[in-house]
Design a protein around this ligand. Structure first.
Ligand code: SAH
Length: 345
């Protein structure tokens, strides 16, 4: 059986031709899939014979809501979806003035090992398929009744560690006959997988690249982000410069502020030095307290921001949403795994 929602319009159209059907059936099927129809019987403009033929060869993914939490503070909704194989992933819907933004996961778990992040605690179980990323956007919209205009790939997982599927997801979600979400309304966040950044640069997509920086010096960064031992921060900045040269797109650097670890003035100075010549933007994020982690939120966010600004670096502080609902980075999934006894001791 084949996962039909992971197929492009062209592939579905070709499959229709192979079945002796006219090509326009492809577009009809594609449109139904991206409207959230969950069975071929729901595709009412197809003949019964074709619906049966499709059902014999293909299946349609549809996650179920395992949990749903709504913030009383700001209306943020966090979904824990159960996938076809019983694995769970998180999606967060946030309401901003510029539109509803959905934060989606790209893998079941993560193997990057960042010391402050809950997503990586039990490692990576598997990559998400393109359909499973589309479904997070699609079913969040259907369940919440709120139209989604922006997507951030900032949930569980490292998108550039699942790059083929992520690129296909982008093609699907961007498609005019699908959800039609513009590339300029999509952000992709990476912990710094350099070959992935270079590959993305070649494609010259109009999306926004976010880089999880979290420390400008190798020693600190290697301590909190093991990926730095493979792709050192100095090479990472060089890759960002290449990306900017190639695409002309401004990079956003995420910087989660950790007490006594990455919040020193000299580190702000070093960021400014390394970012020079590239119109980057630093997004300071209040650290979310993860129970398992020894790190505590910094109390120097405003001072650090001032220091960056004194060097002419654009720095903003991210507003925290969903503080009452475990809304960050794998915390809800971790909680559910704990309750089911699935976490390693
Ligand atoms: N793997 C990608 C996508 C995850 S994005 C990446 O690393 O960029 C989620 C962002 O939240 C990343 O910048 C991540 O480093 C950050 N993050 C993870 N745990 C956090 C925590 N406890 N508090 C604040 N930010 C955190």
């Amino acid at each position: 059986m084949t996962d039909i929602k992971s197929m492009t319009l062209e592939e579905i159209t070709q499959a229709c031709r192979d079945m002796g059907e006219p090509a326009f059936r492809g577009k009809q099927i594609f449109t139904w899939l991206h409207k959230g129809v969950t069975s071929f019987d729901g595709m009412s403009n197809l003949s019964k014979a074709l619906r049966e033929k499709l059902a014999a060869q293909y299946y349609i993914t549809a996650p179920t809501v395992a949990r749903k939490q709504m913030s009383k503070l700001d209306g943020t909704i966090k979904y824990l979806w159960e996938l076809g194989d019983g694995n769970c992933i998180e999606t967060v819907l946030m309401q901003y003035k510029h539109g509803n933004t959905v934060c989606i996961s790209s893998q079941v778990g993560c193997r990057m090992g960042c010391a402050f992040c809950a997503s990586t605690i039990a490692g990576k179980l598997r990559d998400l398929r393109p359909s499973e990323m589309v479904d997070q956007v699609l079913f969040t919209q259907l369940d919440s009744g709120q139209e989604i205009s922006n997507i951030v790939l900032m949930g569980i997982g490292e998108p550039l560690d699942n790059m083929d599927n992520v690129l296909r997801f982008l093609e699907l979600i961007n498609h005019a006959d699908g959800m039609n979400i513009g590339m300029r309304h999509i952000s992709l966040s990476t912990c710094g997988v350099i070959p992935g950044i270079d590959r993305l640069a070649e494609l010259q997509l109009q999306l926004t690249l976010s880089v999880s920086l979290h420390a400008p010096d190798s020693e600190t960064r290697s301590r909190i982000m093991p990926v730095n031992r493979a792709y050192d921060v100095e090479e990472l900045f060089a890759a960002c410069q290449r990306y900017f040269k190639k695409t002309g797109r401004r990079i956003s650097f995420e910087y989660s502020m950790i007490d006594g670890v990455n919040d020193n003035d000299w580190q702000a100075d070093l960021i400014a030095k390394r970012i020079a010549g590239m119109p980057g933007h630093v997004n300071l994020i209040p650290l979310n307290d993860v129970v398992e982690s020894p790190f505590k939120p910094s109390k120097r966010i405003a001072a650090f921001q001032k220091r960056l600004q004194s060097h002419g670096v654009t720095a903003t502080v991210r507003r925290s949403l969903g503080g009452d609902i475990d809304a960050s980075c794998g915390q809800l999934r971790r909680k559910a795994m704990e309750e089911r006894g699935e976490l390693p001791k």
